[in-house]
Design a protein around this ligand. Structure first.
Ligand SMILES: [Mg+2]
Length: 370
């Protein structure tokens, strides 16, 4: 290019940020709390050429929305007028935010902008995100994560049956971590009563147990034929996970709470897990996912997503050790074209971009003032 710098054809003009709080079909009840509604922060990254990149992030707590919106506005100021280049922005954002910490709100805001930037680049190229990244469009196996929280055990058999039928699934995730073993066993038995024992049943403790109790509980549940044990103890207890990983026979699944690829590297290199997953909001958006997925693949560790099925379905197509897609429909109320699972599989949108766009009528209905 004759010595001139080659840059993306897109220049960031404006970042529009809105927040909605949508109803959940089934309340989320787990070791980390109870959630009856689900806040979503919607990002529209407007560019000079008219292309608009979209993303959403789900920060669990409605009260946390204003701090995230404020950080997004802060970052938008630094990006204004710059070429849309997610790798550059990711480094610049985290360098700038280092002084207040590179996890938490800093990483969440960085990730939201990153995802919208990748969506804009794919749209500009006229390609779906998976294709822009060098992959192809196709289905990937998924498990239904839209229920089986720590609800009343008498409801679990029926709910498991419903989950199976909601998209031809053969895998689902049950939340455990009750105080008493007998209650965890009763929950497993109820699900199996509803859907039999041929399905793949993942279980998630949502960090509910202390290390000693987790060692005991995991040994007691090792005979249950469960697919994975997810986060039995506090996610950052590295030494505890190393111990657990050596002791249990059911594979340990970890990673939804890792902030950035280095967290994954730290746990993988310590031998603290058997399976890994990433949450786009915390791992650092598409850019963070790509880096984390290659760390996992170099280590030979199978890699799944946590939430954000719309973007994740694209990214699984370029993840060498792609494992399971987690299917949640929690953003469906405000999406113009929500994904539909078919035969227990999810296929990323073939339209240009990531396939995330808003049902503006619904957004207006659920809009909250941050
Ligand atoms: Mg989990």
């Amino acid at each position: 290019m004759g010595g001139t710098l080659s840059t993306s054809a897109l220049t960031l003009k404006r970042l529009n940020v809105r927040a909605v709080v949508v109803p959940l079909r089934r309340p989320v009840i787990a070791g980390i709390g109870r959630f009856d509604q689900w806040p979503l922060v919607l990002v529209d990254l407007e560019t000079d050429g008219g292309v608009v990149g979209h993303s959403y992030i789900a920060p669990y707590r409605t009260a946390a929305v204003p701090s995230i919106v404020a950080e997004l506005a802060d970052l938008a100021n630094t990006l204004h007028g710059r070429s849309v280049a997610p790798f550059d922005a990711y480094e610049r954002d985290l360098t700038a935010l280092n002084v207040v910490g590179v996890t938490g709100v800093s990483m969440i805001a960085t990730a939201a902008i990153d995802m919208a930037a990748w969506d804009a680049l794919a749209k500009q190229a006229g390609l779906s995100l998976a294709v822009l990244l060098g992959g192809s469009i196709g289905p990937h196996r998924a498990y239904n994560s839209n229920g089986l929280w720590r609800h009343e055990v008498s409801t679990l058999a029926k709910e498991a049956t419903d989950l199976l039928q909601e998209g031809g699934f053969s895998a689902m995730k049950l939340r455990l971590g009750n105080i008493h073993l007998k209650d965890d066993l009763a929950a497993i038995a109820a699900v199996r009563e509803g859907v039999g024992s041929d399905i793949d049943l993942m279980v998630d403790f949502n960090q509910a147990l202390g290390l000693g109790d987790a060692i005991r509980r995991c040994h007691e549940l090792d005979e249950q034929g469960l697919y994975w044990f997810e986060e039995p103890i506090a996610y950052d207890n590295l030494r505890g996970y190393v111990q657990l990983a050596q002791q249990v026979r059911t594979p340990l699944q970890m990673g939804e709470n890792y902030y950035g690829p280095r967290d994954l590297f730290t746990f993988l290199s310590a031998g603290a897990m058997h399976y890994a997953m990433a949450d786009l909001m915390r791992i650092g958006g598409v850019t963070g996912w790509l880096r984390a997925a290659h760390i996992a693949s170099a280590a030979g560790i199978q890699f799944s997503n946590h939430l954000y099925p719309e973007f994740s379905a694209h990214l699984m197509r370029v993840t060498p050790t792609a494992h399971w897609l987690e299917w949640v429909d929690w953003a469906t109320p405000i999406l113009a074209e929500p994904m539909q699972p078919v035969d227990g599989q999810l296929t990323p949108s073939a339209s240009p971009g990531a396939g995330v766009s808003w049902n503006e009528t619904a957004v207006a209905k659920y809009l909250v003032r941050p």
